[in-house]
Write a protein that binds this ligand. Structure first.
Ligand code: FE
Ligand code: FE
Ligand code: ZN
Length: 278
């Protein structure tokens, strides 16, 4: 099992690598740029080189880059969709400094245009972005279904993937808080939810887990993360997710409201389990 958390990318890759080591992580997630959008800092090749050596020497799993929240491929505004394209294509170029990792994004909000139109706009963007040469796999995140968000239902993600032409560069990241809030009962019926995921999307498309407790109840369509064991999902159910036989080997990324010390404790909590096996 690879476990880590969301880290600040402000001080670069080597810094994230040593922070990860310090807290017992062997993977992590980072924003490719300011989460509210804006221009990204150019990547420092020697910083990346030092990081890659550190990651290899310490047996790190795959990393997860997260697109900014303001990226909305299915906005009704041309300018917002143009930003989504520019941001994502620049991020794809920058991701090749750390080849073979994941790039996760929120599919977006259709803001009244309807789910069908939203799905078309999202898959159109992906078809303009994805090239056969890229080493990065792009992940659609499962969403809570808040407002006009796309991705609260597995069927919506499946429809996006169906329209993507280069299928080996597209996958899914499952967020435990989001699926709970979307109405998938991972507490009482994890096997059933995974079966549904497999039937609708295909479990082999699942590449990353976001491990979060939720402040809200099943089906609340809210999306407020809680610390592990302090929300409606609870520690036991979270452990059943991270140790589920069908989910072994996937990077588990904590996005709980914590500082580094809090993350260190939660990583230890996930690793301490009696089910523990690497
Ligand atoms: Fe996210
Ligand atoms: Fe998430
Ligand atoms: Zn969330």
């Amino acid at each position: 099992m690879y476990v880590g958390c969301h880290l600040s990318s402000v001080k670069g890759f080597e810094n994230m690598g040593s922070e990860a080591l310090k807290i017992g992580a062997d993977t992590f997630q980072f924003f490719t740029r300011n989460p509210r959008g804006g221009k990204a800092k150019e990547i420092n090749a020697s910083d990346v080189e030092r990081f890659l050596a550190l990651a290899e020497g310490n047996g790190f799993g795959k990393l997860v880059a997260h697109a900014p929240y303001t990226l909305n491929p299915c906005s009704e505004t041309d300018r917002v969709r143009a930003f989504a394209y520019e941001c994502m294509s620049d991020d794809m170029r920058r991701m090749e400094y750390i080849p073979g990792n994941y790039y996760n994004f929120h599919p977006g909000s259709h803001v009244g245009q309807g789910v069908k139109k939203g799905i078309e706009l999202i898959s159109d963007l992906l078809n303009r972005i994805i090239t056969p040469q890229q080493s990065t796999v792009i992940l659609l995140e499962t969403m809570a279904g808040k407002g006009s968000e796309i991705g609260g239902r597995f069927e919506e993600l499946r429809k996006i993937i169906d329209r993507v032409e280069i299928k080996d560069k597209i996958g899914v990241c499952l967020d435990t808080c989001h699926v709970n809030d979307a109405g998938y009962d991972i507490v009482k019926n994890l096997d059933g939810v995974l079966k549904e995921f497999d039937d609708v999307i295909g479990i082999d498309r699942l590449h990353v887990l976001h491990i979060n407790d939720s402040l809200n109840t099943l089906g609340a369509h809210k999306d407020r993360h809680a610390k592990i064991g302090e929300g409606q999902i609870g520690l036991e159910a979270i452990l059943r997710v991270v140790y589920h036989p069908q989910l072994q080997g996937l990077p588990c990324i904590l996005e709980t409201p914590n500082d580094l010390e809090g993350y260190e404790k939660e990583i230890a909590l996930l690793r301490q389990s009696q089910y523990s096996k690497k």
